[in-house]
Design a protein. Structure first.
Length: 131
């Protein structure tokens, strides 16, 4: 009986570890829910940046100008929640991808650029994701 218990426990552990491996997407987007929705920051000088993240790993960065203009820049992204690492590939300029270290807390999304020569952002939640 003890041997059967040990074999059963081992099988359970193996199943759990295999299921964890299979549950995460190949592009490391296991749980992007902390990003979903729109996040904005007033950059001064009459510009407001807004990032919108969708559940299908796409998004758009809008730059709103003081004169009422809007420049949308669609992107695809991957998010590694374990390492809090976000990679964005802008449609307008896909190389190099922009890589950020991410911190999320109480409606604030901090993006610290670590690769891709882009701005750092402290963004505030402006809209929740559409379900």
């Amino acid at each position: 009986e003890i041997a059967q218990c040990l074999v059963g426990s081992e099988m359970c552990i193996r199943d759990r570890s295999c299921s964890d491996d299979n549950d995460s997407d190949s592009n490391n987007n296991g749980d992007n829910s902390v990003l979903l929705g729109s996040w904005g920051e007033d950059m001064g000088g009459g510009e407001f940046f807004e990032f919108t993240f969708y559940s299908d790993n796409t998004g758009v960065m809008n730059v709103y100008k003081k004169n009422g203009g809007k420049d949308p820049d669609p992107f695809a992204y991957t998010f590694d929640k374990d390492n809090m690492r976000l990679t964005i590939i802008f449609d307008s300029d896909p190389e190099p991808p922009v890589v950020y270290n991410v911190k999320v807390s109480k409606g604030v999304l901090k993006l610290n650029c670590v690769s891709g020569d882009f701005d750092n952002f402290t963004l505030y939640k402006t809209k929740d994701a559409k379900i």
